[in-house]
Ligand binder design. Structure first.
Ligand code: PEP
Ligand code: MN
Length: 348
């Protein structure tokens, strides 16, 4: 940070600033210009430090220089992170992937119809929720551990890595046992204890952006996972809350392009939750590819009208297949074709 002193500050005030910086463990480097004095503070600067320095006598302004997030920043790690999620699927580094499947795992037949459909349409990763964060406690809450087992079995039979949400520290061991990627949902973006526990499992983690999370808060949240010696973190933009009510959320495409620039972590787009409407999933998928997303997470249900959650935003397998074709054509046309889909290892 740089502390700009007022033109009429006294030497004692400048001295007090340097002493306060030393108390924070920061090195003070005064620079005297023709009309102004600035003091550069070197070391690990926190927001609290900036707030406190800005209140000191004789201080005009405090300017931040480096990013508060370190491990996720491109400043410290210029190359894209590429995450091996198993079954030959790698995420990040320029070739997008599809993660697709039902919002909730409801029955074996429902999961299988969705899983087989998305596999045939070229999806790389199978998604499915077993622990569901629902706005109403009276709505379907998911099948829990039996759902996790069904997801694991479908993934193994189809030769696909699987992703599922962990809602709570209570379930982290069970989720880590059955899944290849742990999803942290929007409502838990700043559940710091859960983030640390997810990081400790060593599994790849997909961190969704909170519905009112700023980009900086989102990247800082990722540091809780990364700091557990777990480099396998991907970020997921899933729409934010705005004044607009015509769509479920507002897809922040700016965020995808900006986070790709700020961070080396893969960025996934979720146009299903981002729009809330199945017919907007295709255009927002295309837009997400155009702005640089490393993958798409998309809800697919064999019978959306009867889905126990998020039917309105779910594609049928046929719609998904058609959309996936168009998305592949677009991605190839702009020189970043989708990742290859590993061969199927078993058949039911
Ligand atoms: C989901 O992916 O099923 C989900 C609940 O998403 P979000 O956390 O983005 O609402
Ligand atoms: Mn959903």
């Amino acid at each position: 940070m740089i502390i700009v002193m007022k033109p009429d500050h006294t030497p004692a005030q400048a001295e007090a600033v340097s002493e306060r910086l030393a108390n924070f463990g920061l090195k003070a480097q005064p620079i005297h210009g023709a009309t102004r004095t600035v003091i550069a503070a070197l070391g690990q600067v926190l927001q609290d430090h900036r707030d406190e320095m800005s209140m000191m006598q004789g201080v005009d302004e405090v300017i931040r220089v480096s990013k508060p997030y370190k491990l996720s920043s491109r400043e410290t790690h210029p190359a894209d992170t590429v995450i091996d999620v198993g079954f030959g699927v790698k995420i990040g580094g320029g070739r997008p992937v599809f993660m697709a499947g039902p919002c909730s795992i409801e029955t074996e037949d429902q999961l299988w119809a969705s899983a087989q459909g998305v596999r045939e349409a070229g999806a790389h990763v199978l998604r499915g929720g077993a622990f569901k964060p629902r706005s109403s406690p009276y709505a379907f809450q998911g099948l829990g551990v039996p759902g996790l087992k069904m997801l694991r079995q479908a993934g193994d039979e189809l030769g696909m890595p699987v992703i599922t949400e962990c809602l709570s520290v209570r379930d982290i061991d069970a989720v880590a046992q059955y899944t290849d990627i742990i999803q942290i949902g929007a409502r838990n973006m700043q559940n710091f204890v859960l983030l640390e526990q997810a990081g400790k499992t060593g599994k790849p983690v997909l961190l969704k952006r909170g519905m009112a999370g700023t980009i900086e808060e989102w990247l800082l949240a990722s540091e809780y996972i990364l700091s557990q010696n777990n480099p396998n973190v991907m970020l997921c933009e899933r729409g934010i809350r705005t004044f607009e009510t015509a769509t479920r959320n507002t897809m922040d495409l700016n965020a995808i392009a900006l986070v790709k620039r700020l961070s080396h972590l893969p960025v996934i787009s979720d146009p299903s939750h981002g729009t809330g409407k199945w017919y907007l999933v295709r255009p927002m998928t295309m837009a997400s590819i155009a702005v640089g997303a490393d993958g798409l997470e998309i809800e697919v249900h064999p019978n959306p009208d009867h889905a126990l959650s998020d039917g309105a935003q779910s594609l049928t397998p046929a719609n998904f297949a058609e959309m996936a074709n168009d998305a592949r054509a677009l991605a190839s046309a702009i020189g970043r074709p989708f990742a290859d889909v590993p061969a199927r290892v078993a058949a039911r």
